[in-house]
Design a protein around this ligand. Structure first.
Ligand code: ZN
Ligand code: FE
Length: 266
């Protein structure tokens, strides 16, 4: 039975640990120290390192983790999974859309999706976690009620990447890499003040954060209802973009205007 647990890092990052009670794969370890503390606390060995994109807050801890854990418990070289189109230090498997990776420790199969936009080579991993359901580890592409900034990609690329994620089964759990939900929801409410599901989610997010709990994972089905960046073709969202003076001439233009609005939203 696989479990997914958050390892908080930096201000608002989550490093996700996927483990079977014995061995853990860690996703986007931007720093090593919190990972080491987590492994020691839970009595887990490290079995794999999984990277979504090249930013330092996602791969900064890889070298230190590799130095401390060069091999898996069964003696294999530590697998380091990462996108083929980006520089990932220590990478052992360079991945692209359609690749399927089967890890031994923990026993886990991950399917790769190309999701460019935040960075040019960003990938996401879809995993079947058995009783824990289907999960997507999407780094800084899709956030709860938001999406990543377009540092290296175009609005059209990011829209296509989010469309791909939105097409996953609705019960797919979304494990993104930052706790940005509260500010994302504040923006989402400005875009869609009449969205009742979003209003209810705002209350739930406030309660979770006041209790010191993560707002993640969310699900693809939930995101389709509350995330303006998965809803940029909805008439209400289009009207809101137009009211801000944004272009709605095409899907990509409307999405780009929505993203630009968020970039300047306080
Ligand atoms: Zn990033
Ligand atoms: Fe990040």
């Amino acid at each position: 039975m696989l479990k997914v647990e958050p390892i908080p890092a930096f201000q608002d990052n989550y490093i996700w640990a996927i483990h079977d009670g014995r061995c853990a794969a860690v996703v986007d370890p931007g720093e090593a120290a919190p990972v080491e503390r987590f492994l020691a606390q839970k009595g887990l060995a490290l079995g794999a390192i999984v990277i979504t994109h090249h930013h330092g807050d996602h791969q900064g801890g890889v070298a230190e983790l590799l130095a401390a854990h060069p091999r898996t418990p069964s003696g294999e070289a530590m697998p380091v999974l990462g996108p083929v189109r980006e520089r990932i230090g220590g990478r052992t498997q360079a991945l692209r859309e359609g690749d399927v990776v089967t890890l031994a420790e923990p026993a886990l199969t991950l399917r790769v999706l190309d999701v460019p936009g935040h960075t040019a080579g960003h990938i996401a991993y879809v995993g079947d976690l058995g009783e824990a359901g289907t999960a997507v580890f999407c780094g800084d592409t899709l956030f709860a009620s938001g999406c990543g900034r377009l540092f290296e990609g175009t609005p059209a690329q990011m829209l296509a990447s989010l469309d791909k994620l939105a097409a996953l089964p609705s019960d797919t759990r979304v494990y993104c890499a930052h706790e940005y939900t509260r500010s994302n929801v504040r923006f989402a409410r400005a875009v869609e003040p009449g969205n009742a599901a979003l209003a209810a989610w705002e209350d739930r997010v406030a309660a979770l954060r006041e209790a010191g709990e993560p707002t993640l994972p969310t699900t693809i089905g939930h995101e389709r209802m509350v995330n303006p960046f998965l809803r940029s073709r909805e008439p209400a969202v289009r009207d809101a973009v137009a009211a801000q003076g944004g272009s709605t001439d095409s899907d990509a233009a409307a999405f780009g205007a929505l993203r630009g609005w968020k970039d300047n939203f306080r």
